[in-house]
Design a protein around this ligand. Sequence first.
Ligand SMILES: [Fe+2]
Length: 239
Amino acid sequence: MNPHVIELWSAICILVPLVGMAVVAKAQQSAPAPAAPGAASAFTLPALPYPQEALEPYISAKTMSFHYGKHHQTYVDNLNKLVAGTPWAAGVPLETIIVDCAGKADKAAVFNNAAQVWNHAFFWKSMKPGGGGQPTGRLMELIGKSFGSLDQFKAAFLAAGVGQFGSGWVWLVQDGNGLKIVATPNADSPLAHGQTALLTCDVWEHAYYLDYQNRRKDFVQAFLDHLANWDFATSQMKP
Ligand SMILES: [Fe+2]
């Protein structure tokens, strides 16, 4: 065989596999990595800060088992499905996702589930066995300045919770140098509005229907009088 033909053939034999390997490597770089079977989920259900029966008789263990074990878990599961294969699955803080998706119609499902995961974790921490009573220190001072008295704060919080039409949340928030009570519909959260949440009560029916049926007012009153965790609220205050 002509030596030039032999050289050309040898070059083809070397180059073709190299080009093939380069194409495969490029494809592997640009394609999102598929989730490995059994890979850890991006978000997990945070542990309750107390046993499920700890808030009885004001919130029953049965309500907690559904509210925490079913509703909160479902928001976590739905969020993991929605963020799978997106940059959000790689350790992006929940708070960042909520702020990034707030007010964007095409991100409503991610926002709703992310905010509900965060709101519920905040709600569990807003309560404790033997809660209620009254806050102390700077928080008590600010409540006095913002609402007149603790009783006036409680009356306004109760009215906002009862007045929230349909599903939602009632919050005590720090806004600038003062405190405010805000009610948010559905999954909406003070996080999405640049406000610092201090305390919240879930007023979705699933939060109270098994224990209080349609008596939302009694549930919010019990939250204020027997469950509110003022130590947690104080810990959330900005300087
Ligand atoms: Fe809830």
